[in-house]
Design a protein around this ligand. Sequence first.
Ligand SMILES: C[S@@+](CC[C@H](N)C(=O)[O-])C[C@H]1O[C@@H](n2cnc3c(N)ncnc32)[C@H](O)[C@@H]1O
Length: 313
Amino acid sequence: MSLRPFRIPQARPDIYRVEVDMRDAQKDIRDAALSSRPAGMDDKDFHRLSCFIEEECGIKMPPSKKVMLESRLQKRLRMHGIQTFKEYCDFLFSPEGTQQEMVHMIDVVTTNKTDFFREPGHFEYLANKVLPELCSGRAAIARTFMVWSAGCSTGEEPYTLTMVLSEFKEKSPDFKFMILATDISTRVLDAARYGVYDEETVGPVPFEMKRKYLLRSKDRSKGLVRIIPELRSLVRFRRLNFMEGDFGMREPMDIIFCRNVIIYFDRKTQENLINRFCKHMRPGGHLFLGHSETINGLNVPLVQVAPTVYRRP
Ligand SMILES: C[S@@+](CC[C@H](N)C(=O)[O-])C[C@H]1O[C@@H](n2cnc3c(N)ncnc32)[C@H](O)[C@@H]1O
């Protein structure tokens, strides 16, 4: 198959294909700063919370993160009308709190920064190297390619993948793919499923792809766009905590994007997780990590093929 190399063009002013009606979406997921703040968290409560977060979510919580944790949890205290972190911890670790509050606590402690076409070299490498190679055999063309955006946040990464893979499919019509997108945070998954973004957020999407894959709200003053239904239907969103037993995958993955996630984990947790990814990856499959993440020093069955791109032999 000879294909022109895929390059991500410069973003240009926006022109969209169709106008659609859409409801208001939350433009900013962060609440305004709180006017009244509870007294600081004492070391005992920080210890209870940080141990729990490290064990259950894998996210490192050294003492240097205490201020950040306090500030992120304040809105949960306010929400429940609770005055102190001690009271909050007692509630959180009670049977009722474990059932009702844990998921919200996890929502606020995770860091969800993401972008469309973040670290764009990865998408070029995917389109120009990985996909043509993976699709070279007859057997390969007959099946559906499985791609996993692991730690997908609000959906920018999996939707970027659907755009890049759809472009590839235009030139190779037999190519079929499916994207699984998972995250521990239910709040970001809700936003991702909805697939509505403000125009600033879709800024990095190349002009031609905006025309093909985004729809603008009928009311232009809202400044919102939505991913077209055809792309949304190609992504299966699911809550998944990397720290929990089995990933529950039925099919092995061809490509795993797990970018800007393991940076929050300690080395042992990173090694365990990447080994588990490898068990769910086809031989010849690829793992993409974030640009500040590496497998150096980890005992994992992968070889590096490009900066922060790894292949299972
Ligand atoms: C910084 S975002 C990265 C988003 C996207 N991959 C990117 O690079 O733009 C990290 C995401 O990992 C998720 N995450 C953190 N710990 C997790 C865990 N234990 N299991 C699953 N997802 C987790 C967070 O909720 C967050 O949405």
